[in-house]
Design a protein around this ligand. Sequence first.
Ligand code: BJW
Ligand code: ZN
Length: 245
Amino acid sequence: MDDNNIKILLEKLKSAKSVAVLTGAGISAESGVPTFRGDEGLWKKFRPEELATVDAFMANPQLVWEWYLYRRELMSKVEPNAGHYALIELEKRFDDFTLITQNVDGLHRNAGSSNILELHGNITLNKCFDCGQSFEGKINLDAGSLPQCECGGKIRPDVVWFGELLPAHAINGAFEASQKADIFLSIGTSAIVHPAASLPMEASRNGAFLVEINLEPTPLTGMADISLMGKSGEILPAILERLGG
Ligand code: BJW
Ligand code: ZN
């Protein structure tokens, strides 16, 4: 780990009033949730355009549901890791702390974080494709037909697919938090999916100190004030430990 960079970050954290954090699939990788892209990424096996779009769902809801039920099952069995827990400790140190996540796995909530903005929804929830009403029933792929809403609409996972708008309260809150942040941490995201990928840039443009934690360089690395290369489940606890009590 780059000791000099860590020292600079510790100084910045000691004087910061407002902190915003953006997480992506990488923070959950050490819990056993596959990332989307990269060698072990989900999309090496499944093409996104076949699964995470409205068109894909309309063309083959059964197939899309199979993918989501498989991931829902996987995510129901995993636990938060040291990276998730370190963010709770960080949150406790600031009156103004916003955790923005692209993840749908709910692990930040399970770990105990409170002020979370879920940009891409939550994989445990269902809603009606047509009227948006939430749906509590079970999805049973063996039943012959998928359940329908009272309005006749198809039931779908409550996540955000390509081409869809993000929940307004989440993305508006995320931009607001990014604009006023003194420090912005981008953790475990490939930083290519917009509008989430615009948040670090928005923060930096508004004067935030931009920190990236990732296994590898991303399109964001060049504009980050500090880039810490490694596992978030190791780097975040190390930062917290050195920040002291
Ligand atoms: C570790 C690690 C460890 C591993 N420690 N690190 C502007 C410009 C260009 C395009 C667009 C634009 N605005 C909108 C678009 C279109 C599109 C888009 O961005 N496309 C790009 C691909 C170019 N965006 C949209 O369509 C969005 N909607 C929208 O903008 O609406 C307005 C609009 C409508 C119509 C037309 C135009 C505008 C919606 C995006 C929805 C994304 N949905 C998904 C699926 C969610 C449901 C599900 O889970 O099934 O969200 S896609 C997928 O990607 C998922 C993720 O949240 C998202 C981001 O992925 P993430 O988290 O970054 O994961 P990975 O795998 O990519 O990266 C993991 C990283 O971790 C890697 O870097 C590793 O190195 C690292 N890592 N282990 C630290 N231990
Ligand atoms: Zn409906």
